[in-house]
Design a protein around this ligand. Sequence first.
Ligand code: DGJ
Length: 382
Amino acid sequence: MIPGSRAGAPRRRATLSKAWLRVAALFAWAFFSPAGLSGTAFAAGLSAFAPGAAWPADDGSPVDSHGGNILRDAQSGTYYWYGEHYGTPRGIACYSSGDLYNWKFEGVVFPRGSIGVLERPKVIYNAATRKYAMWFHYDSTGYKLAQMGVALSDSAKGPFVLQGHFRPNGHQSRDLGMFADDDGKAYLLYAADSVNVTIRMVELSADYAGVTANDVDLKAHCEGPALMKRDGIYYLITSQCTGWDPNRATYYTAANAQGPYTGRGDPCVGDTAHTTFDSQSCYIFKIPGYADGYMFMGDRWNGSGSANSRYVFLPISVPAANTLQIRWYASWDLKTFGPSAAHAPLPPRAGNAGLPVLMLRGGDAMLEYGGHGWRPDGALVR
Ligand code: DGJ
């Protein structure tokens, strides 16, 4: 007998049955969900981003989720958007979407309670622990505590439970970003020290619930850190330090996640006022399924933040290595981005094209039916 073969067989059966469960779920999604074949998850019917415009959620109220981030849940294909919620109760909101345009309010997943200041939350998923880790700026009303808070949840929709709050390795910490690298390491980027003189980047512990001692000064100035990686190069966008007022963005590039970074200037092309198109950087969301689907997320704070603060989401382009550009579009959609392998044209197939067929494209499950293909998040392939 081959050593280990007895242990291997049951594992294979478990994997197979999981795969079939996924197949069944995909067919159910396609035929019974109103989102399925229309590609739209919710009824609002938006089909484009309109930066700076009012953005109604499913309940008709404006999306009230500021300074946060978006993640895509790999199991369900659902996008979740977390951010500061100025409605009642104050805290951190969660919205869900199948298409990034139409959002459903899922509630406040972490109430502010007695915390003086609770700002700029970011959530990432830890596949090893199967927990969602939320980090945020935790402070007293005078901003003197200058700490990071961390809360965990078993579900993307919360509730998140506070694990602790502290200064990473003793450093003052305020605005923050998060970045999960493709080697499994995750990092917290934070506006550090007195007062926000630089951006530091600390590696998280394996469970994403704490920080390691690997904590470096990126010598980048000085708030709103947002990091992305493309073709092995790291691109960091930061804002200046003007409270909630819009200001000029700067971008930096590096060959390694923790630098050294080289300043490259303002990424915003045609932004004659040099105010990041009237916003502050917040996050860069890499949209799965699109080869160059990097979306800049910025906040237009409307004073010092309110439920009606607006969002400036714009496509990022990288025309050459170490060059990052953000252009203004009054309206744009995901077709702006090139298709990835998961979106490559489907090959012609023999047999009855009217019968649905399930296939894997670029690692994503895809349903082909009637000459068209759909991913589980509702995106049309052709
Ligand atoms: C400075 C930031 O850049 C603002 O957007 C806001 O987060 C304030 N800090 C509040 O602390």
